[in-house]
Design a protein around this ligand. Sequence first.
Ligand SMILES: [Zn+2]
Length: 340
Amino acid sequence: MKRIIALILVLIMTFTFSVDVCFATAPDKPSRQKITSILPGNHKLSVMWNKVEGDNVKYLIRIATDENFTENVKDIIIKGSDNDYTKTKLVNGTKYYVKVRTFITRDTGKKIYGNWSPKKSVVVKSTAIYKNTSITGVPELRFRKKEDDGDLLVLVNKYYGLSSDYYPSDMVSVASKYSTYSGAKMKSVAYKAFKKMYNAAADKDLNFKICSAYRSYSQQRSLFNNYMYSRGASTAFILSAYPGRSEHHTGLAIDLLTGRNGWAMSNSFGNTKEGKWIKKHCAEYGFILRYPDGKTDITGYGYESWHLRYVGKDVAKEIMSNGLTLEEYLDKLPPGYKKS
Ligand SMILES: [Zn+2]
């Protein structure tokens, strides 16, 4: 038995050593590429592929109107730090084929190409229709709320939506000192609570501002479409909400930024003094972190340390102290979700 264990150990060490060697030297040839998403738009298509780390890495995108890549061929070279591209000025109603390969340029100037990805095709058209029944797509709505009845626990997610003419009541303008842009609006109950939270934080020399509050249906539609075209479908569905399914539409949600991390909208916010204070104290003012880390299968979104939702103090305390989501609190979990 001891011998076997010793043998396994030797094998593990050998494997580890050879892995190190692999990473230490530049690969002779980049590995085969894979297209992770392709999406049609009006006179355009967006394509995303796997990003490859390393110096002198670039990608060659080839687009054509036939599957053998002989007709209307267009080659585009993309720098290594990017992994998505939108080709514009395409003809609506036409099917386009796309493939991608990685290449590296040696110091001598010689280019070493990886294998082409499997090709993917898409018909470019004036109205993109996104049908995806998974939680990361646009599933069938279970419920669509038509008007604001004042319910502070209104649930808006991928399954619970708001109609395009849903307008929250009791909306007020956010004073300029609290926000990074002019014209911000939110529900008065949430605004009052925010001001208290802001002042309590200011007493501790902490400062944050609202960078997004209420968003109308049409504002959300343009935002979502921008994500779609700039980042591709799979990323857009995790980062942004389909119009009518954004919590910002309720007037009860806000996104916060701080100068401490250069006003970046990223999860570095959660690591700033402001972000840590918010996480610890927001419930005392009636806010919850709506998209906690590790709850994507319930909320449908990635971790957002900057997105707060007003639900009132009692509910906020219960949600935050028990590490819950609003879906769990309301017992409205996504279809097929299994409690562990
Ligand atoms: Zn948000």
